[in-house]
Design a protein around this ligand. Structure first.
Ligand code: GTP
Length: 297
């Protein structure tokens, strides 16, 4: 949900259809609702509704289509253009959507994306985001919301969407636990599980979800943005591969400091294993991934 031009279809096309950011300016306005079904982890299907934000459509969602739009909602993602000149109107529609949710989907999670953060000057970004977070939390009243600053031009988009998708995966904690056991078996610093098409982070061995991934317990200093940066870089690499009519299969890096292997784990996932122990051979990591496959299928 969100005003027309706030960037909803752009993010959807980048994450779920693997389009580059440069092509999003060619997207036309969404007419009514566009639905996507994304198969996630075997039987889990993500049913994504991109609701065109022009006033006429919004008015329809809130009146005649109200029960269709707001029933069985797992997560509502409301996108606000950080530079919107009609914030009062945006908030009015947002309130009405919260009303719709409270009527038909009381337990839905609410994510608010303050989008197009790249339009704000570098030095002012953090202060602007903080101000927006305050404003949106106040506007949400008693409803608990998670606010992310996002842009299609950097990794913030992947961070926000990984945390959104994470709330929808019923066994995310179990997956993290198993990844932890797998990491120990490989003597890995960290093991990260990505969804195959979107390359969103599903789980990591460090903690139990993207929200709590900031303080890994490992002795090695790991960069705070590593998950979303990896999603972004691999997606870009996959796009380069497809331009050359090649398919991406796996990636191996052997550096003085660490070894990393990214390989298919199951039909719908890729696993990234990062090892800082120089004694451990890449072939051993790959064998461990092969052996773990059945456990994760
Ligand atoms: P409706 O379909 O009418 O509801 O609009 P929408 O919310 O789907 O907007 P859309 O995705 O079509 O994006 C509108 C414009 O915003 C496009 O030209 C995008 O290139 C641009 N845009 C999307 N995301 C970003 C962003 O993060 N930064 C900047 N600078 N522009 C963006």
């Amino acid at each position: 949900m969100g005003a027309s031009g706030s960037g909803k279809t752009s993010m959807r096309s980048m994450i779920f259809s693997n389009n580059p950011a440069s092509l999003t300016s060619r997207l036309g306005a969404t007419i009514d609702v566009e639905q996507n079904h994304v198969r996630f982890l075997g039987d889990l299907i993500l049913n994504l509704w991109d609701c065109g934000g022009q006033d006429a459509f919004m008015d329809c969602y809130l009146s005649t289509q109200r029960s269709t739009i707001f029933s069985h909602v797992g997560v509502m993602i409301y996108v606000f253009d950080v530079e919107s000149r009609e914030m009062a109107k945006d908030l009015e529609y947002y309130h009405e959507c919260l009303d719709g949710l409270s009527q038909f989907s009381k337990d839905a999670n609410v994510f608010l994306l303050v989008h197009k953060m790249d339009l704000i000057r570098d030095g002012e970004r953090s202060a602007t985001l903080q101000r927006k977070v305050g404003e949106l939390e106040k506007a949400s009243g008693d409803v608990s919301v998670k606010v992310h600053g996002t842009s299609i031009y950097d990794e913030t988009l992947y961070k926000a969407w990984s945390s959104i998708v994470n709330t929808l995966i019923p066994n995310a904690r179990t997956l993290s636990k198993h990844l932890g056991i797998f990491a120990e078996a490989c003597n890995a610093t960290e093991v990260i599980l990505f969804e195959r098409t979107t390359f969103l982070v599903i789980a990591t061995s460090s903690c139990d979800g993207p929200e709590s991934m900031k303080n890994p317990t490992s002795a090695h200093a790991l960069e705070g943005k590593r998950y979303e940066r990896t999603s972004e870089l691999i997606k870009a690499f996959k796009q380069s591969c497809s331009r050359l009519r090649e398919e991406f299969h796996s990636l191996e890096m052997e550096l003085a400091e660490f070894t990393a292997v990214l390989e298919e784990l199951t039909k719908n996932t890729y696993v990234l294993v990062v090892v800082h122990d120089p004694v451990i051979e890449t072939a051993a990591i790959k064998m461990n991934i092969r052996m773990a496959r059945r456990k994760f299928e």
